[in-house]
Design a protein around this ligand. Structure first.
Ligand SMILES: CC(C)(COP(=O)(O)OP(=O)(O)OC[C@H]1O[C@@H](n2cnc3c(N)ncnc32)[C@H](O)[C@@H]1OP(=O)(O)O)[C@@H](O)C(=O)NCCC(=O)NCCS
Length: 491
């Protein structure tokens, strides 16, 4: 029977207090029952108390159900309201993925129906080679060994004290300047190098430049410490002095192949090579590179070709439409490239060399500011910038803004170098894109917060890159391929 009193006017606090007390009673009783059960062996008295407890437990459960029937509301926010603490959007994420797959499947079908299969293995090879018997980019990469050996030889002489620090520095400056200029001259002068082959060779030389710069700095820091601390050296710092020349050669080559730009005398090493991990990364590398090539030939090239006419006629509405169309495959390629390079390839090389530090990227996708993005998307470059450029500038008394601008200026120079030289045209789009990061970083930090900041970072990546791509491709076609009958036909 329900008490008469139960049907009287119930205030919210009273109702909540009643329910809470009923619930706590249940918990208490249940606990009591468990405690009694553990005492079962102690005799019939305990058994009797357990039965009583269970009976009470059942009663209070019924009481609770009665209250639930009477009151079914409580003070609470709607789930989608920002005031609610609800955070689990996994289902919505899955919905996004399903929608993405469906819309891309439609696009894929439409593309195939309209263009047929455009991926041609011969064309893929011709991206790298003009003549199958001439491999200029590969030769350029092999020649780079000379510069590694010059650095090694200089370091050995410096370690032995055969040459002074000044002479060593001059040799390094000469060596590093040639590392940047020599491939540039070859790529610009040699017609047999394709733009992709040239970009690959220049990429290798740029990485080598950054590595040997770090090699020079770290060895000098070690010598300075050795001189300062003469005898009380830590083992790691004295390593270069105890290394034989063969060890030094092996070690510099280990550094050249290791997935880092910052030299160190004792790299952290993993215990063994995990074959399963290695094969998974290898599979990803081949799978994703074929994905990128398919997207380029099947999806991007037709859009780029159809963008030439609006670009030449300065038809703004069509230009914007083509730009937005290009943004999707371009962004997909960029995302795949990120995973392919920073996760699959770097981990593959690291595993092979048992290189222990696998922090090649951090959670840049959560960036709410442009600064956070640059601190987290390419850790090897960011680490190098901090260690060999930004902090030395700060230590010399340069201001923070000046040092940041100098780093972005150097980065803009290398971006332009890697794009303009292989394409054999100087338009400064990449340079300006990189330099624009400074005012953009200021704007986003000043006016946007949280999710809006994150959306601004994504937007700059999704829209900013295809603008630069379209500019370069347009200029490249205009200067190099205007007489190509296939392109003329497409236009
Ligand atoms: C320019 C850049 C290096 C600035 O980095 P940042 O992390 O924003 O710089 P911060 O001012 O926050 O300081 C970073 C470090 O310098 C230290 N620092 C700051 N002021 C200092 C000073 N006056 N003296 C010494 N150290 C100082 C900080 O303590 C911090 O050290 P920590 O890394 O050990 O914590 C970074 O934005 C960058 O890498 N940009 C280029 C990226 C790029 O071009 N990437 C190419 C990818 S393709």
């Amino acid at each position: 029977m329900i008490d008469k009193e139960d049907f009287g006017p119930i205030t919210r606090s009273r109702r909540r207090a009643t329910i809470t007390s009923a619930k706590s009673e249940t918990v208490k009783l249940r606990n009591g029952a468990i405690a009694a059960a553990s005492d079962l062996k102690s005799g019939p008295k305990a058994r009797e108390s357990l039965t009583k407890n269970l009976q009470l437990n059942e009663d209070s459960k019924q009481k609770c159900d009665r209250y639930d029937k009477i009151s079914c509301h409580r003070l609470q926010e709607s789930m989608l309201s920002s005031a609610s603490s609800f955070k689990n959007y996994r289902g919505i994420l899955n919905w996004c993925v399903v929608m993405l797959v469906l819309s891309n499947a439609r696009l894929f079908l439409e593309n195939i129906l309209r263009n047929g299969i455009l991926v041609d293995p011969i064309q893929v090879v011709s991206l790298f080679l003009k003549d199958p018997y001439s491999w200029p980019a590969a030769c350029l990469v092999i020649v780079s060994n000379i510069f590694i050996l010059v650095a090694l030889y200089t370091e050995r002489k410096l370690a032995m004290g055969s040459i002074s620090e000044k002479v060593g520095l001059l040799i390094y400056i000469f060596n590093l300047t040639i590392i940047l200029c020599f491939p540039m001259v070859v790529v610009l002068k040699l017609p047999s190098i394709t733009p992709v082959g040239g970009a690959y060779a220049l990429g290798v030389y740029t990485i080598l430049f950054l590595k040997l710069y770090s090699y020079k700095d770290v060895n000098r820091w070690c010598r300075e410490r050795t001189q300062a601390k003469a005898r009380s050296l830590s083992r790691s710092l004295s390593l270069s002095n105890t290394m034989t020349s063969d060890d030094m050669r092996i070690y510099i080559y280990y550094f050249v192949f290791a997935p880092t730009l910052c030299y160190e005398l004792n790299f952290p090493r993993s215990e063994s090579i995990r074959m399963g991990f290695l094969l998974r990364r290898l599979f990803e590398m081949t799978y994703f590179i074929s994905n990128v090539l398919s997207i380029v030939f099947q999806w991007m090239v037709p859009i780029i070709r159809s963008s030439m006419k609006p670009l030449q006629e300065m038809d703004y509405s069509r230009m914007t439409e083509r730009l937005l169309r290009l943004a999707v495959p371009n962004h997909l390629i960029w995302l795949i490239f990120f995973y392919w390079f920073f996760h699959s390839s770097m981990n593959f090389v690291a595993e092979l060399l048992r290189f222990g530090d696998r922090e090649f990227y951090r959670d840049w996708w959560n960036s709410e500011t442009i600064t956070y993005f640059w601190q987290n998307w390419n850790i090897p470059v960011h680490k190098w910038c901090l260690r060999h450029f930004y902090k030395p500038l700060l230590r010399r008394g340069a201001g923070k803004l000046l040092s940041q601008s100098a780093v972005f200026f150097a980065s803009a120079f290398f971006h332009e170098y890697l794009v303009s030289v292989p394409l054999r045209m100087f338009r400064l789009w990449a340079f300006m894109g990189m330099m624009a990061q400074l005012p953009l970083a200021w704007f986003v930090a000043r006016f946007l917060r949280g999710n809006y900041g994150n959306a601004a970072v994504w937007l700059s990546l999704i829209i900013g890159q295809p603008i630069a791509v379209l500019m370069y491709v347009h200029d490249y076609y205009v200067t190099h391929c205007q007489d190509d009958p296939t392109i003329a036909e497409a236009l």
